[in-house]
Ligand binder design. Sequence first.
Ligand SMILES: Cc1cc2nc3c(=O)[nH]c(=O)nc-3n(C[C@H](O)[C@H](O)[C@H](O)COP(=O)(O)OP(=O)(O)OC[C@H]3O[C@@H](n4cnc5c(N)ncnc54)[C@H](O)[C@@H]3O)c2cc1C
Length: 416
Amino acid sequence: MAGRAPPATTATIVDDDLIPATVPRHLPVNFAYLQAVTSIYDNDDLTAIRAQTRRFVEQEVLPNGDAWEDEGKVPRSVLQKMGEIGFFGLRVPEDYGGVGFGALASVAFAEELGRSTYGGFSITALVHTDLAMPYLLNFGSDDQKKRWLPGMLTGETLTAIAVTEADAGSDVASIRTRARPDGDGWRINGSKMFITNGGTADLVFVAARTHADAKGSRAISIFAVPRDTGGFSVSRALPKMGWHCSDTAELSFADCWIPDDHLIGEQDRGFYYIMTNFQNERLAIAAQAMGEASRALEITVEHVRQRKAFGSPLFDKQVVRQRLAMLSARLEAGRQLIHHAGWLMEQGEDAVKEVSMVKAYVGELANEVLYACVQFHGGMGYIKETAVERLYRDVRIHSIGGGATEVMLDEIAKRL
Ligand SMILES: Cc1cc2nc3c(=O)[nH]c(=O)nc-3n(C[C@H](O)[C@H](O)[C@H](O)COP(=O)(O)OP(=O)(O)OC[C@H]3O[C@@H](n4cnc5c(N)ncnc54)[C@H](O)[C@@H]3O)c2cc1C
């Protein structure tokens, strides 16, 4: 795309209101890349989100990501800086202090975060904005939104969503954590497994059974549980194959009492809320995976153009360049389907089939892409200094977390 004039939106991007004066703007934004991410659904707002996210990644993530991976955490100050810029309000209605964009804004944000190549950082932010916060945004009361959204917008209140249990992951309806009515509130007992941001979140949305007799999906409710609630504790941090700077924890609820006004939405409607919010979650995770795989492919193309073997660059070997070319074609197909699914959601259409398709397709594809990227980096691809080594580990979760590929395929099959 070199040589093309920047889009007419350039000035808006650089001077955008969303960027406070305190945030430095001196780093160049790669407009060639931004133009390359064309889709019929792109508009100036989405381009601005991409530009701002890219600038933040260049200034804050790329210089520090390795240290965060070593420390096993993303500093809260970084998340608060994201809040200050306005990233956490992309989907929050203007009445509550956000900018009220739709699902495509999450796609732009997640894809650009994914391009940072630090999956653990990306998921820390995305769990807050696109996996947990939607419980409050979509189903919380006006009073609850006024109480909790201000802190969520600034990053002072980090959130998590706790659905999975040791014996209930894909099969959400079989969760056993129990909430019993007790006075003016509820007493929660049980445990949750693999909870992203679980060790550090200030507010956790917890799925629990609110009926002893009702079966499966008809007996689940969602509760907002603040970190300092008695009986709520972090049982252990869970070290992982990838996402090293993301906090993943097992949580325990032992006679944990919370008042009635911490029930999100209606009692026993939790399964429906989870299934509804899963659509945004899966779209955002697929967009993150897309950004990661796309960036890995670019890095690999650069590498094979430089790296010589048997007298010529690796790129000159037909088998190498054609494999990368086919992967890039499939990535582009996946990207267009992600954008289309996001657009369908913005139109209020049922997009379960399309979202399940992108989650299954891109989750698997990202793994295939990273396998090839490591392969074509040779020995260096196995060494921790390279982004592709990290991404190879990071993307493994994309065909498992947030809906395993097989579960997604059954969702598609039901709708064929
Ligand atoms: C790093 C990490 C972060 C996570 N973050 C969160 C979080 O923040 N909040 C949260 O609630 N959960 C979270 N999870 C949980 C995650 O969503 C689950 O791990 C996932 O849904 C799979 O559930 P499971 O691990 O119990 O696997 P199982 O349900 O035991 O499935 C195991 C495998 O069996 C296969 N399988 C499952 N069902 C079917 C089927 N119907 N047909 C064919 N094959 C099938 C799939 O290959 C699947 O991978 C996280 C997990 C990880 C590892």
